[in-house]
Design a protein around this ligand. Sequence first.
Ligand SMILES: *[C@@H]1O[C@H](CO)[C@@H](O)[C@H](O)[C@H]1NC(C)=O
Ligand SMILES: *[C@@H]1O[C@H](CO)[C@@H](O)[C@H](O)[C@H]1NC(C)=O
Ligand SMILES: *[C@@H]1O[C@H](CO)[C@@H](O)[C@H](O)[C@H]1NC(C)=O
Ligand SMILES: *[C@@H]1O[C@H](CO)[C@@H](O)[C@H](O)[C@H]1NC(C)=O
Ligand SMILES: *[C@@H]1O[C@H](CO)[C@@H](O)[C@H](O)[C@H]1NC(C)=O
Ligand SMILES: *[C@@H]1O[C@H](CO)[C@@H](O)[C@H](O)[C@H]1NC(C)=O
Ligand SMILES: *[C@@H]1O[C@H](CO)[C@@H](O)[C@H](O)[C@H]1NC(C)=O
Ligand SMILES: *[C@@H]1O[C@H](CO)[C@@H](O)[C@H](O)[C@H]1NC(C)=O
Ligand SMILES: *[C@@H]1O[C@H](CO)[C@@H](O)[C@H](O)[C@H]1NC(C)=O
Ligand SMILES: *[C@@H]1O[C@H](CO)[C@@H](O)[C@H](O)[C@H]1NC(C)=O
Length: 320
Amino acid sequence: MLLSPWHPITMAFVCGLISVASSGVMDSETDPDPAAQPSQRKDENISNYTVIKHSISIPGLTKKVIQKEIILDSPAHLKLECELLLDSEELQINDVAWTFENTTISKNKYVNNTTENKWHTSYEFAVSALNMIGTYTCIFNSTTEVKAEFHIKVPTVKSEKKPLVSYIADSIVMKCDSSIYKPKKWIWYQTNGSDQVQLNLSLIPIKYEDSSKKVNESKLHISNLSEKDSGIYICKAVFAFGEHEGQVQLSVLSYTVPLKVFLAIAAEVVVLVSLILLYEMKTKKKQSEEDIKQDADESTNLKSEDSKSLETSTTRQRKV
Ligand SMILES: *[C@@H]1O[C@H](CO)[C@@H](O)[C@H](O)[C@H]1NC(C)=O
Ligand SMILES: *[C@@H]1O[C@H](CO)[C@@H](O)[C@H](O)[C@H]1NC(C)=O
Ligand SMILES: *[C@@H]1O[C@H](CO)[C@@H](O)[C@H](O)[C@H]1NC(C)=O
Ligand SMILES: *[C@@H]1O[C@H](CO)[C@@H](O)[C@H](O)[C@H]1NC(C)=O
Ligand SMILES: *[C@@H]1O[C@H](CO)[C@@H](O)[C@H](O)[C@H]1NC(C)=O
Ligand SMILES: *[C@@H]1O[C@H](CO)[C@@H](O)[C@H](O)[C@H]1NC(C)=O
Ligand SMILES: *[C@@H]1O[C@H](CO)[C@@H](O)[C@H](O)[C@H]1NC(C)=O
Ligand SMILES: *[C@@H]1O[C@H](CO)[C@@H](O)[C@H](O)[C@H]1NC(C)=O
Ligand SMILES: *[C@@H]1O[C@H](CO)[C@@H](O)[C@H](O)[C@H]1NC(C)=O
Ligand SMILES: *[C@@H]1O[C@H](CO)[C@@H](O)[C@H](O)[C@H]1NC(C)=O
């Protein structure tokens, strides 16, 4: 009765071990990446499209540039907002500007809220092409320049860091994911040094298969491995604006490789054991008072020594 609550846990543990062993790959199914979380955002509908709002609040005149990362996997309407809080009303703002990659794109579109000592500016636009991906900056020009930056980026791909090892005729699964972001498609390449070959999964469906059901991940399943399958695999996620890729390294070993390793270890053990025996023989030779001239006598001498020690031990036991 006392043990019963442990049973499911033990079962789960055993099952986990079995599944890891049978797949041959450490599958990191649940692996949340805190860094990949999207930045805080507010959605607000304007006519029939959704505007994604991102805001930065700047606490007074500061040289520190507050930055925010915005990751986009598809076209979007963005509204970027900056709010500058001022301590005193006397502070003079000469102008307010927005830049994209250091080029001014908007000037003096702001709200001066005198009741709250707040300066507010926003920039709204649609991101529809790769050349709109980059850094957007709001600049409040006062006695000093106060800035905040929005970094718009394409999602990144995460892949297995550890090289995978498998054997001829086995199968293996390589996994890449793009966190919560959805690429339009995944492309796999195999590379062996200089050459990079795109894998056509539909051409050889018996050998290659993408076993993932989710858009945000790709699992390349390769069956009937041969030594030719060794190399670096590249998983490329193609997003609306650009692409990003991950790498997985695979080594396919023949079964004779572990056998060779085993034989090497066995040989080492044999050498070590014979060295120990040889050393023991020599020390015993020194201890014995008899001067042995012939090598052939060594074994008989050992035997007599053994029987002597046996005798002494038995006599001791009898005494007790
Ligand atoms: C915006 O509009 C879409 C449909 O066009 C709707 O699904 C969504 O809920 C709306 N969002 C908000 C915040 O109203
Ligand atoms: C609203 O949707 C219609 C049909 O999908 C489209 O033709 C139109 O351009 C959209 N309007 C805006 C402002 O995006
Ligand atoms: C923008 O300006 C900063 C410094 O003023 C510089 O480091 C950066 O490379 C510039 N970016 C571009 C795209 O010119
Ligand atoms: C804010 O606007 C009011 C009028 O709308 C103006 O009197 C005041 O000088 C402005 N404040 C600053 C700091 O420019
Ligand atoms: C200033 O801020 C207050 C509080 O957020 C708001 O009620 C008021 O409408 C704002 N004034 C302007 C001119 O935006
Ligand atoms: C900031 O204001 C000063 C004084 O009006 C001006 O000389 C300078 O060019 C402005 N800087 C920017 C980036 O607009
Ligand atoms: C993939 O997306 C689903 C929801 O669409 C999410 O639950 C899952 O965590 C995502 N995968 C990764 C690796 O983030
Ligand atoms: C890489 O693979 C290609 C095609 O399979 C082959 O022709 C080439 O010799 C290989 N290169 C190396 C360095 O193994
Ligand atoms: C993959 O092979 C199929 C069948 O031969 C072919 O229709 C398709 O165009 C190929 N795709 C690529 C990307 O080569
Ligand atoms: C596995 O590949 C070898 C050649 O590398 C081939 O001779 C064999 O028939 C394949 N086995 C299966 C089950 O496809």
